[in-house]
Design a binder for this molecule. Structure first.
Ligand code: HEM
Length: 520
């Protein structure tokens, strides 16, 4: 039998071709056939969205916001889009509350096909419980660490020069967020380890780029793509190096606990996620480096984006920057640093919420078009584990992936939605009974910066706290502006309906004398 196959194979392959080339060609051909046979088809019964002249997949990949905006205007109910990893059903915003706590909708599985590199390199996922239970309850304990690290990091990143200096905004903000997050995730020593900081700042972006490139290849070839793209190599190296940095730190801590116990003393308590993961695990085996990389993935890119957007708004709105400075001087000047004093920065809270409301609309990028229609985005990505029937009778099929369209420009919730109004949410909080309804961390269908429902971001309380501590220092210690010759806002980078602050956009800063002492 094998002889027959060999003979048949030999008869269709031209003489003289090297075996390696034949292997590559055969793999590609098999890959293409496999991909045609197993191609993920749209779900029956849901209109498939695409802008005119584009295939559904290209429409979503390269014109995501427009595809979403046009489909939302065209269809009153759920519809589907064709992503690089198959179809996804989009629910209009009115379904956000209806599905928010549905147990048949899984968050982690919604990303299984999107973030392959992460799944392949690690066996454990991030630790929402550590974040939800321990980190959020310990904001009081970590405030001094955040203040201390901000002081040191700003000196390293922005220096002390009173002259205007030009730099890429994203680089500085990424470094700052990586240091602050790592201080609370891994402690003082690791957070200043150069290699760890490099991993923390590049790992997420490399993973996104690798999975983006892989999505363009047929399914069976994606693993090969991962092996050959430079980001794949960098991810594998990052995982190896993370193990070399974090494993000894874990061993050091276990040894300290053992030594304390042996001496009849109480083991030292560490207020960081490494210690909390150990407590939450209750003796179960934990892959600490993998869990930390996973946490880094959830935390650093998102917090960098939010902080970077806020800094762009500060450059554009010097009056708002001044009002924020006055609030910091009054609140921190009077109460000093504590979790409670940071929560008293209510204009800053409102400013951050407005900044994250306005940016997904891409108002600045689309000034000439209708800003509200021109850009839309989505949130609440979920995987349907069991069929779910919606109130309009639509049945979400088992095995489908869904997302909910955002509504950051809802004219009812937001009068003059296209205007940046830094005190918008502060005024809402001042209405009777509304104190908690409009905080930065509050999620609603009209404001899903942190998602919504059971899987809403558990790190949002920490992220908001970190952002506020950082902004106090950034505003009182430095002046900020756009580079005069550049003419304003650097254009964001876009992908599907996501967008991310420009990787090359520059701003200028110079040291100013802070009115109150912020350093500990
Ligand atoms: C401003 C910064 C951040 C933003 C904008 C953000 C945004 C989000 C969003 C949109 C989700 C999905 C929610 C949903 O679909 O309903 C999410 C989930 C998550 N985030 Fe964040 N996040 C931020 C910071 C953080 C930080 C600092 C941490 C960790 C300390 C973190 C940990 C997580 C985790 C673990 C999940 C998964 C929750 C689950 O599995 O139920 N995030 N985040």
């Amino acid at each position: 039998m094998s002889l027959i196959s060999d003979l048949q194979f030999a008869s269709i392959v031209p003489d003289g071709l090297p075996l390696s080339l034949i292997g590559v060609v055969a793999t590609v051909v098999i890959g293409i056939i496999y991909s045609i046979l197993t191609k993920e088809r749209p779900f029956a019964g849901f209109p498939l969205a695409a802008i005119q002249g584009q295939s559904p997949k290209k429409s979503w990949l390269f014109h995501g916001p427009q595809t979403l905006a046009e489909a939302l205007a065209k269809y009153s109910g759920p519809f589907q889009v064709m992503t690089g990893t198959g179809p996804k059903i989009v629910l209009p915003n009115r379904f956000a509350d209806e599905i928010r706590n549905n147990p048949s909708l899984n968050f982690q599985k919604a990303f299984l096909k999107v973030r392959w590199p992460l799944e392949w390199e690690m066996r454990t996922t991030s630790s929402p419980k550590t974040v939800r239970v321990k980190l959020t309850q310990s904001l009081g304990l970590v405030t001094d660490d955040l203040v201390d690290e901000t002081t040191a990091a700003l000196r390293d990143i922005y220096g002390e020069s009173p002259e205007w200096t030009t730099a890429v905004l994203k680089d500085g903000v990424t470094d700052l967020v990586a240091r602050l997050s790592s201080r609370v995730f891994l402690g003082k020593d690791v957070c200043r380890n150069e290699r760890w900081l490099q991993i923390a700042t590049t790992y997420t972006v490399d993973s996104f780029i690798a999975s983006y490139i892989m999505r363009m290849a047929p399914t069976p070839l994606r693993f090969f793509v991962y092996w050959f793209v430079p980001q794949g190599r960098s991810i594998r190296q990052a995982v190896r190096d993370a193990r070399q940095i974090i494993d000894p730190e874990v061993k050091r801590r276990i040894a300290a606990v053992d030594a304390a116990r042996a001496a009849g003393l109480k083991p030292p308590k560490t207020a960081d996620t490494l210690g909390w993961m150990y407590e939450v695990a209750r003796g179960r085996k934990v892959d600490y480096p993998a869990s930390q990389l996973s946490l880094t993935m959830a935390a650093i890119h998102t917090t960098t984006e939010t902080t970077g957007q806020a800094m762009l708004d500060i450059c554009e709105l010097p009056d708002v920057a001044q009002q924020l400075r006055e609030e910091i001087i009054q609140v921190i000047g009077e109460h000093g640093w504590s979790k409670n004093s940071v929560t008293k920065l209510k204009l800053m809270d409102s400013f951050l919420k407005e900044s994250s409301r306005v940016h997904p609309l891409n108002l600045r990028r689309t000034r000439s078009a209708n800003p509200i229609i021109a850009a839309r985005t989505g949130s609440m990505n979920r995987y349907v584990e069991q069929p779910v029937e919606l109130s309009d009778g639509t049945v979400l099929p088992k095995g489908s992936r869904i997302m909910v369209a955002a509504n950051f420009a809802d004219p009812v919730a937001y009068p003059s939605p296209a205007t940046f109004d830094a005190a918008r949410f502060l005024r809402r909080r001042q209405e009777p009974g509304q104190e908690h309804a409009w905080q930065f961390v509050t999620t609603t269908p009209e404001h899903m910066h942190f998602g919504h429902g059971e899987h809403a971001c558990p790190g949002r309380f920490f992220a908001a706290h970190l952002d506020k501590v950082a902004l106090c220092h950034l505003l009182l210690k430095y002046e900020w502006r756009f580079v005069p010759a550049d003419g304003g806002f650097p254009k964001p980078d876009t992908f599907e309906t996501g967008f991310s602050g420009s990787r090359t956009g520059q701003v200028q800063f110079r040291r100013r004398q802070e009115e109150i002492v912020l350093d500990l």
